[in-house]
Write a protein that binds this ligand. Structure first.
Ligand code: NAD
Length: 356
C-alpha cells in the first residue's frame, strides 16, 4: 500500500490540492492501486492551530509516509511574525528533516501554450527539460561563511563553495537514473575552468558515468555557456544536472521558457522521503476565488507516481490528460488568451478527470 501525507497548506494550496486529490483517486481506481492518505497542517494554518509552522507530529507523519503531496504555504497574515516562526520555515524544516538533497524541476512547453513564452515559438517548441539541482550542499551551506571588519575598517564577507564526492555522486546518480526514464541524456553544469570544487564535480560525474551509466549520453557545459544555450537551443536538453547555486539559477531560467507559474511542478527527493509540490506559492491575491490553475499541483502528483511509486504509465496518463485539455482550448485565467474557454480550478480538474 502506498502511503501519502497530504499537506494542502495555505491560500490556493488548499484549493489546488483538493482538485489534485480527486484526480489521484481516479488514477488509483483506474490502476487498481490503493493509496492511503493522511492529512497534516504546515505553514500559516499550523501557526494558527499550534503556534508553530510545523509540529513534531507532522514531521513524524512525513517520515513515515512514502511521499508528501504539498500545496503551498504563507500569506500576508503571517508576514510580520518572527523569522523562525514564519510559514516558510515549516517547509524548509520539512525538507531538511527528509534530507531532501535533490530538487527536480521539469520545464515542459506544451504546444498549445508555446505563445505564452517570452521566446519565439520555433525556439521553445518541443522543450522538455528536467533540471536536477543539488539542494543541501554547495555555497549556500558551506563553511566558513560570514562577515567581518578588516583592519582597515572595511567590511569583508565570504562564503565557501564546497562539495564532497559522496554529495556529488548521490545527486548525479539520480540524474542518470531519471535520464534513463526519459531521452537518455545528461548535461552536467559546472565552472571547472575556474573552481577546484567544480573540477571535483566534473571528475566525479564523469567517473560515475563511465562506471555505471555509460549507456546514458553525458555532456559537460560551463554554467555561463549553459545559460546561453538554454535560451538559444532549449529543445536540445534532456536532464540538466547542477550544484545548488547554478541549479537555482538554471531552473528558474528553464521555468521561464514555459512562461507560466501555474504550470510548473517540482519534487524534492531525499533519503527519508520525497516532497511533491507546485513551484508557485499560496497566491493570496486570488485565494478563495476558485480561479487558481491546478495543473502545477496535478503534474506534481504525476511526478510522485513516477518517482516515488514507479508508476510510469499512470504518470504519463495524467500528463497526457493535461495536454489534451489544453489542446481542446481550456484555460484558467493565468494562461488565458482570446478565443479560448476560460475555466475555474474545479472545472479544470473535472476536464482533466474526463480525459483520464
Ligand atoms: P505566488 O507564486 O504565490 O504568486 C505569484 C503570482 O502568480 C500571483 O499573482 C499569483 O496570483 C500568481 N499565481 C501563482 N500560482 C498560481 C496558480 N496556480 N494559478 C494562477 N495564478 C497563480 O508568489 P508570491 O505572491 O510571491 O507569494 C505569495 C505567498 O506564497 C508568500 O507568502 C510567499 O512566501 C509564499 N510562497 C510559498 C511557496 C511555497 O509554498 N513553496 C513558494 C513561493 C511563495
Amino acid at each position: 500500500m502506498s502511503k501519502i501525507l497530504v499537506i494542502p497548506g495555505d491560500g490556493i494550496g488548499t484549493e489546488v490540492t483538493e482538485v489534485t486529490l480527486s484526480v489521484l483517486k481516479s488514477v488509483g481506481e483506474k490502476n487498481q492501486i490503493e493509496f492511503t492518505l493522511e492529512r497534516a497542517l504546515l505553514g500559516g494554518c499550523s501557526i494558527d492551530a499550534h503556534g508553530v509552522p510545523v509540529t513534531e507530529e507532522t514531521m513524524e507523519k512525513a517520515k513515515q509516509s512514502d511521499a508528501v503531496l504539498l500545496g503551498a504555504v504563507g500569506g500576508p497574515r503571517w508576514e510580520d511574525i518572527e523569522h523562525h516562526l514564519k510559514p516558510e520555515r515549516g517547509l524548509l524544516e520539512l525538507r531538511k528533516q527528509l534530507d531532501a538533497f535533490a530538487n527536480l524541476r521539469p520545464a515542459v512547453v506544451y504546444p498549445a501554450l508555446a505563445d505564452a513564452s517570452t521566446l519565439k515559438r520555433e525556439v521553445v517548441e518541443g522543450v522538455d527539460i528536467m533540471v536536477v539541482r543539488e539542494l543541501t550542499g554547495g555555497i549556500y551551506f558551506g563553511h566558513p561563511r560570514g562577515k567581518e571588519q578588516t583592519n582597515g575598517g572595511e567590511a569583508r564577507a565570504f562564503n565557501t563553495l564546497v562539495y564532497s564526492t559522496s554529495e556529488i555522486e548521490r545527486v548525479a546518480k539520480m540524474a542518470f537514473e531519471i535520464a534513463r526514464k526519459r531521452r537518455n541524456k545528461v548535461t552536467s553544469i559546472d565552472k571547472s575552468n575556474v573552481l577546484e570544487s567544480m573540477v571535483l564535480w566534473r571528475d566525479t560525474v564523469t567517473e560515475l558515468h563511465d562506471r555505471h551509466f555509460s549507456d546514458v549520453t553525458l555532456e559537460h557545459l560551463y554554467v555561463d555557456n549553459a545559460a546561453m544555450q538554454l535560451i538559444r537551443r532549449p529543445a536540445d536538453f534532456d536532464v540538466m544536472l547542477a550544484g545548488n547555486m547554478f541549479g537555482d539559477i538554471i531552473s528558474d531560467e528553464a521555468a521561464q521558457l514555459t512562461g507560466s507559474l501555474g504550470m510548473l511542478p517540482s519534487a524534492s527527493v531525499g533519503n527519508e522521503g520525497a516532497i511533491y509540490e507546485p513551484v508557485h506559492g499560496s497566491a493570496p491575491d486570488i485565494a478563495g476565488q476558485g480561479i487558481a490553475n491546478p495543473i502545477a499541483s496535478i503534474l506534481s502528483m504525476a511526478m510522485m507516481l513516477r518517482y516515488s511509486f514507479d508508476m510510469d504509465g499512470a504518470a504519463t496518463q495524467v500528463e497526457e490528460a493535461v495536454r489534451k485539455v489544453l489542446d481542446n482550448g481550456y484555460r484558467t485565467s493565468d494562461i488565458y488568451e482570446e478565443g479560448r474557454t476560460k475555466v475555474g480550478t474545479e472545472e479544470m480538474g473535472s476536464l482533466i478527470l474526463g480525459e483520464l
